[in-house]
Design a protein around this ligand. Structure first.
Ligand SMILES: Cc1ncc(COP(=O)(O)O)c(C=O)c1O
Length: 367
């Protein structure tokens, strides 16, 4: 059998492993930040009808520019109070593809991206895939970004693309708009604010959409995978100056977004209120997890997302394994002392807290 090492692979991809959380058969899978709530029944009915209608035209290529879907997404974003026009919106197969298109347009060979680690691990992976060099940006010990230090690092490195994940994955905390604005001033490159978890933010946490007017190099990326509970749909989108949309159109594959995806996403957006009704329920479980940790001798990082980074453990991989033995799968994100758990249903929180109650004393970091 031929091994990958025998192939004429690009040198920077040698020795790498594909991205992927373990997909184990476990009763409680709390490791990929999905929304556990099933889609509302009325949406399922409309979805069937919309897909059936779109299927009648499957002999034709889809709307290459997804004009109707982008108008619906713009209307959704504008609900938050910031006016977003359809020409400012672009959609693709998950926000991962949006990020890849951004790197194809603004990164690439001879160019550099910088993101503040620990953060979403796909940012460096998509950078590598597009031939973009990667630089780790610094955070404080408590995982927050020191705006002045971060801006100084950006001025020194001069990256072509700066990633800010807000709320950050895996730590959970949103980044202040002042910090994002300062980073924008520090670079001539593109600043991508990855807001995959924005809808879960604590009350009063503004979106970076507010910063878009007058900042043509700022991009806000969103997804229907998390709050909308439609990870299987693969629909991500961005909001930015229309010129950014023109730029990503230079690199997108023709007809990248199937007519079925566009139809399903539009049907879902027509049920936005019903879909987002689960957000408060998930936030409640998140806050329940956070509140239960101190009694177990554990703590967490402030979370604006549908997950909690919790610790500290003497040996996080050992604690991860102990939880798995209690049928609960969380994520070891490689930060010494910490693990990440997705907030889901009340029953999942019960199972998680019960399991954690069993293992915490043996695994928490001693005083
Ligand atoms: C911060 C962040 N951005 C983007 C994504 C990708 O989401 P999707 O491609 O499903 O839209 C994820 C997925 O977990 C994420 O955590």
């Amino acid at each position: 059998m031929t091994s990958i090492d025998q192939l004429p692979l690009r040198p920077e991809l040698r020795g790498r492993t594909p991205y992927g959380a373990p997909q184990l058969q476990v009763a409680h899978r709390l490791n990929t930040n999905e929304n556990p709530h099933p889609l509302p029944a009325e949406l399922l009915a409309d979805l069937g009808a919309a897909l059936g209608h779109a299927a009648l035209q499957l002999n034709r290529y889809p709307d290459r520019d997804a004009v109707a879907l982008r108008a619906d997404l713009a209307a959704y974003l504008s609900r938050g109070g910031e006016r977003v026009a359809p020409a400012q919106v672009w959609a693709a197969n998950g926000s991962n593809e949006v990020l890849q298109q951004l790197l194809q347009a603004f990164g690439g060979a001879g160019r550099t991206a910088l993101g503040f680690t620990p953060s979403y691990s796909m940012h460096p992976i998509i950078s590598a895939g597009t031939g973009t060099a990667w630089v780790d940006g610094h955070r404080r010990e408590d995982f927050t970004i020191d705006a002045a230090a971060a801006a100084a690092q950006v001025r020194e490195v001069r990256p072509d693309v700066v990633f800010v994940t807000s709320p950050n994955n895996p730590t959970g905390t949103a980044v202040a708009l002042e910090t994002i604005a300062e980073l924008y001033e520090a670079t001539d490159g593109v600043v991508v604010v990855d807001e995959a978890y924005a809808e879960f933010a604590r009350t009063g946490t503004p979106s970076a959409l507010r910063l878009l007017p007058g900042r043509p190099r700022l991009v806000v990326s969103r997804t229907m995978s998390k709050a909308f509970g439609m990870a299987g749909l693969r629909l991500g989108y961005l909001a930015a100056d229309p010129a950014v949309v023109d730029a990503v159109q230079l690199v997108r594959l023709p007809y990248h977004l199937s007519s079925l995806t566009q139809a399903a996403a539009r049907a879902a957006l027509a049920h936005t209120d019903a879909l987002l009704a689960t957000v408060d329920a998930v936030k409640e479980q998140r806050d329940r997890i956070v509140a239960a940790l101190p009694a177990l001798g554990l703590t967490s990082v402030p979370s604006d997302a549908n997950f909690v980074l919790f610790g500290r453990f003497a040996d996080a991989p050992a604690a991860w394994k102990a939880l798995l033995e209690h049928d609960v799968l969380v994520r070891d994100v490689g930060i010494p002392g910490w693990l990440r758990v997705t907030a889901g249903t009340p029953a999942e929180t019960d199972a998680f807290l019960t399991a954690l109650g069993e293992v915490a004393a043996d695994h928490r970091l001693g005083d």
